[in-house]
Design a protein around this ligand. Structure first.
Ligand code: BDP
Length: 697
């Protein structure tokens, strides 16, 4: 299987000139460490370099001669090296690294170092990436550190190995065979994550099962933690708030009850005894039916702080989710998380970080940034992105998500004046919070290629790269990923990169253009379902979100409507509130506008919307053409896989276009404009389609 190796393929360097530069500069490797992590660094360099150069560098026990690659942490370096690198060490944090060409006693060497062995390992992967992407290594001077502390994957994995919203097979965690059987995949998983700087993994679903906290399971968690540790990856678990009742035999889970607080303290002690570097808990409480402090008349602060006290003695953190909306206040779901959480600003313990989804609804193809970013100035806030494509065509559609991630991170909240970007909230530079974090809901399963769609690997990769540095350009990340994963041939890179970059906008266009959202079919969220209106909770219905009627379409969240815009800083509020200044990509998110409303390009809203749907279809067809021309640069297996998947995507883009336009046409009462293909089926036909098997639902 070609794509099991992810971006760590280490294929032979094709360019003879650059290959000889590498060989000349890499005569020997001197590894100065002896820890497990140091061994991994050395092994990775040996495999990587020998595969790419088809030439094994000599492993030297001391710095002999020149053109060595010297690898080791600060403490392991000799005094000469320490002196040469002193000012660079001042610039990095604990997980950072230095890659530098130096002259030592007049001999040329390259050093990879960091404050500890995990930093060195990150440096090793970064160095190998230079070779994978054919960059020169003659004059290196790279000093880099992660800008965010907690860079974690959230696995929505259940104990029966199904994965909620998972489209790449079953869970990697084989609970039946753990702790004694260590699947090679655990190691390969850790290695892939370390190579992009991910340093934490929440192993279990936010819709949690208390059993994971029983000794029987903790033993298995311990085994996984032991595998991940040398790769710099900490293990976290989801905590079911009612666990003291379900597995502790208590009558209540009231956070103010001393017996309950003590139960969690003991539980934490028990876990840390097994796993001294356990990361902490991720909690979904009083959200979509999950138990929480509100069941006992308490609030999120009471719940989070009680758990925070339990893990604090061991350096653990509580990641408390702000994904809440209640059926009792259904007037605008988008307002609820802010309304509930913002007043808690400054009330959480130091080791609590509030985890906020990128937008106020739920991982849509496009959402304006969540108003909580920057609005809680005394509270650490972490980002939650969804890497798995729950609302973006599962692992069937190609959608390059780093483009979406970057759009959110670069959004200006204006919470401390111009330039208060979401990235600055997340990395703590805006609000000076010490604890910082970013989470991605994993798209990984036990499919041979890990992520279902070969290009969905790029979303895992890109998440990791942006978690390390939220200011990176998603186009550069795509470039890097393609080179590592497929080929360095410019004739391949240029068009295929373009394909990746447009792919996210294509999905927006054929699913939810101009700010439409949540019109996916119900439950599984695959395919269009704008007509659905009969679910028990109003805010579960697509009709609640698009509000199409004879007068127009869209959700009025401006002053004239629910006034959700008032949750943003005044500068942003003004822009979103005003029809003239509201970005058209968010138009129907914030406004209900008439079918005849004039868009900036002079089209009426109806015509413009129809043309956007068509544009999405056209973009996918372009993607197909691009890929069909890429065959000669790609192995047959991956070429065919992607080709088949794009064919499905192309069919389904038309499905989306036709179903949505036929449905909305009932309200607009207007003909489709020139340039939009006429649907071949009726609305009734589209409504009758049932998606027979929805994984991960
Ligand atoms: C929604 C998913 C649901 C998750 C929920 C969450 O449909 O499966 O449990 O988010 O994030 O997107 O808690």
């Amino acid at each position: 299987q070609k794509d099991y190796k992810l971006w760590l393929r280490y294929d032979k360097i094709q360019d003879a000139v650059i290959a000889s530069e590498y060989k000349n500069n890499l005569k020997g490797i001197v590894s100065l460490g002896s820890s497990e992590t140091a061994k991994i660094s050395l092994a990775e360099l040996e495999t990587g370099i020998s595969h790419m150069l088809e030439n094994k560098p000599e492993i030297r026990s001391a710095i002999n001669g020149e053109n060595n690659l010297i690898v080791g942490s600060q403490t392991a370096l000799n005094s000469d090296l320490k002196k040469v690198l002193a000012s660079d060490f001042d610039k990095i944090n604990n997980e950072g690294f230095i890659i530098k060409s130096i002259s030592l006693k007049n001999k040329k060497q390259i050093v990879i170092t960091g404050k500890n062995d995990v930093g060195v390992l990150y440096g090793v992967y970064s160095f190998l990436r230079l070779i994978q992407t054919n960059k020169s290594i003659k004059n290196l001077s790279i000093v880099d550190s992660p800008k965010i502390n907690l860079r974690v994957l959230n696995h929505w994995d259940n104990l029966d190995r199904t994965v909620e919203r998972g489209y790449a097979g079953f869970s990697l965690w084989n609970w039946q065979k753990l702790p004694d059987f260590i699947d090679q995949r655990y190691i390969d998983y850790a290695r892939a994550n370390a190579s992009i700087g991910i340093n934490g993994t929440v192993l279990t679903n936010v819709n949690a099962n208390a059993l994971i906290l029983t000794p029987q399971y903790l033993e298995k968690i311990e085994a996984l933690a032991n595998v991940f540790r040398p790769y710099g990856i900490k293990v976290y678990l989801t905590a079911r708030f009612s666990a003291p009742i379900e597995i502790g035999g208590l009558k209540t889970a009231d956070p103010k009850d001393v017996a309950v607080a003590n139960w969690w303290k003991d539980k934490a002690k028990e876990i840390y005894k097994r796993i001294p570097d356990f990361g902490g808990f991720l909690v979904k409480a009083n959200s979509e039916g999950q138990p929480g402090p509100q069941n006992y008349g308490r609030d999120h602060v009471d719940g989070a702080n009680m758990l925070a006290d339990a893990v604090a003695p061991f350096g653990g953190v509580i990641m408390w989710r702000a994904f809440v909306y209640s059926e009792h206040d259904a007037n605008d779901r988008a307002k609820q998380a802010y309304a509930e959480f913002q007043p808690y600003d400054g009330k959480f313990k130091d080791n609590v970080i509030v985890q906020v989804k990128n937008g106020a609804i739920d991982f849509q193809p496009r959402e304006p940034f969540h108003p909580l970013f920057g609005a809680m100035k005394k509270t650490p806030i972490m980002m939650e992105f969804q890497i798995t494509q729950e609302y973006l065509g599962f692992s069937t559609h190609l959608a390059y998500l780093p483009k979406l991630f970057q759009e959110v991170l670069a959004s200006d909240t204006y919470q401390k004046g111009k330039g208060s970007t979401v990235a600055k909230v997340i990395d703590g530079s805006l609000t000076h919070t010490k604890l910082t974090g970013i989470a991605g809901v994993s798209n990984i399963g036990n499919d041979l290629n890990w992520t279902g769609h070969p290009f969905a690997q790029a979303n895992w990769y890109g998440f990791g790269r942006l978690a390390w540095d939220p200011y990176l350009d998603s186009e550069l990340i795509a470039d890097e990923w393609l080179r590592c994963t497929f080929s360095n041939d410019e004739n391949f890179i240029k068009p295929v990169k373009e394909m990746m970059i447009t792919s996210r906008e294509a999905v927006v266009n054929y699913m939810t253009p101009l700010g439409l959202h949540h019109i996916m079919d119900t439950g599984h969220h695959y395919g269009p379902g704008p007509w659905i209106s009969d679910l028990s909770r109003p805010e579960w219905n697509p009709t609640y979100y698009h509000k199409a009627d004879k007068n127009g379409i869209g959700f009025d969240r401006a002053k004239t409507g629910t006034n959700a815009t008032a949750q943003y800083a005044p500068e942003v509020e003004k822009v979103f509130d005003n029809l003239e200044t509201c970005p058209e990509q968010d138009l129907l998110w914030f406004h209900h506008v008439s079918w005849d409303y004039k868009l900036k390009n002079g089209q009426t809203l109806w015509n413009g919307m129809a043309l956007k749907y068509q544009e999405g279809v056209n973009q996918v067809q372009e993607m197909q053409k691009t890929w069909n021309n890429a065959g000669k640069y790609v192995d047959e297996e991956r070429f065919k896989e992607v080709q088949m998947l794009l064919e499905i995507q192309s069919k389904e883009a038309k499905w989306w276009r036709d179903a949505c336009l036929l449905y909305f046409q009932q309200y607009s009462g207007k003909e489709l404009p020139v340039g939009v293909e006429k649907p071949k089926q009726t609305l009734e036909y589209f409504k009758s389609l049932k998606f027979p098997f929805a994984p991960g639902n």
